[in-house]
Design a protein around this ligand. Structure first.
Ligand SMILES: *Cc1c(COP(=O)(O)O)cnc(C)c1O
Length: 362
């Protein structure tokens, strides 16, 4: 057995769509990208979608579009992928780290409120592992303090809360990296319902141009190619079915895994299980369990083994006096197992057998 933690599914439809773009000769950003944007926006009930070359670019562009920069503080969780924080630094702004809810692993609104200062400009929760963060709490906080609400939705394609998709609350950044719920190889998308933000984002991703060779703002080359968009359109056709398969795999694990703390889904949320993340029982040796099942061919991984602020770059920048207890406990106690839609029934059973057995040893 060899079961990967992630498994991009690239079928004939994707291959044919890319060939069509190649044959057309129009391979850079163009009409296929526009169609992908339109369909992605439609799927998520958003007014505007802006395609970019990856999820990190999406985050940076979103911050730039909201004029976040030097002197501004942006509140983010300490428990996420590094890009959640590095994009804040890229704009010259200061990341302010907050703790998580120990049951959902999403940023804690109480923790976020406790670090608001007069310099706070924005709050950016992450929809970690594919579950929407507590957006009504963040919406209220932003309203009360006059803050911008952003969403790191890199792991939350098709996820909902109260029937609303990511991008319904703030400017939301998605990723189409190969391990994400749908992929374009590399790629990203920003959703917004704000016309002005949409216009600015379109300039930022294309050299700051509003019309050809007329540069209104400083922008970059963050364009998403027709080739990538052709893949994205076909992936989007499968997004709901793949999401359903992830949810079915998760339900199987919920029922069959013993003793591990399985993911908590907040009532009213549809968790899309970008990752299915377990917490080991009190006193169990997480690393030993991981090692045992990895030796048996199961691609288990820790997302994330260290808080972002513990990374060398942040330690050097003076973040060495922070301690967020639930973030640090999660880093030591959690791990993720394969939940992707390519998983077979046999593989699922194998994973559960080995996981339950590994607990006896650890
Ligand atoms: C993947 C990811 C990103 C970055 O997306 P890329 O496409 O890899 O640049 C940002 N934030 C989170 C939470 C992610 O999972």
């Amino acid at each position: 057995m060899k079961i990967n933690i992630a498994q991009p599914i690239i079928g004939e439809a994707e291959q044919e769509a890319v060939m069509e773009v190649l044959k057309s000769g129009y391979i850079v950003q163009g009409p296929v990208t526009a169609e992908f944007e339109e369909r992605f926006a439609e799927f998520h009930g958003a007014k505007h979608a802006i395609g970019v070359n990856n999820g990190t670019s999406a985050l940076i562009a979103a911050m730039m579009a909201h004029d976040i920069g030097v002197g501004d503080e942006v509140i983010i969780p300490g428990f996420s992928f590094f890009a959640t924080a590095s994009c804040v630094l890229s704009t010259g702004a200061t990341p302010v780290f907050t703790d998580i809810d120990p049951e959902t692993y999403n940023m804690s609104p109480e923790s976020a409120e406790s670090v608001i200062t007069e310099n706070t400009k924005a709050i950016m929760p992450v929809h970690l592992y594919g579950q929407i963060a507590d957006m009504s709490a963040y919406e209220a906080l932003c309203e009360k303090h006059g803050l911008i609400l952003l969403e790191d939705a890199a792991q939350a394609h098709a996820a909902t809360s109260g029937g609303k998709f990511a991008g319904s609350w703030g400017t939301a950044s998605f990723s189409f990296y190969a391990t994400k719920n749908i992929t374009t190889g590399e790629g990203g998308m920003i959703l917004t319902n704000d016309d002005a933000v949409n216009e600015k984002l379109r300039m930022i991703r294309n050299q700051g141009m509003s019309t050809q060779y007329y540069h209104e703002v400083v922008g970059y080359n963050l364009r998403l190619t027709n080739m990538a968009s052709a893949i994205g359109l076909k992936q989007l056709d499968s997004l709901q079915a793949w999401t359903d398969a992830r949810i079915a795999n998760a339900a199987y694990y919920d029922e069959t895994l013993r003793e591990y703390t399985t993911p908590k889904v907040v009532p009213g949320n549809v968790h899309v299980y970008h990752q299915y993340t377990l917490r080991v029982p009190q006193g169990a040796n997480r690393d030993k369990i991981m090692e045992t099942i990895q030796e048996q061919g199961i691609g288990a991984r820790v997302y994330y083994p260290a808080p972002i602020y513990a990374q060398p770059i942040f330690q050097k920048m003076g973040y060495d006096n922070i301690s967020l207890p639930e973030t640090e406990r999660a880093c030591a106690e959690i791990f993720s197992i394969p939940v992707h839609p390519a998983l077979t029934d046999e593989e699922r059973e194998y994973i559960v057998d080995k996981l339950n057995a590994a607990l006896e040893l650890a």
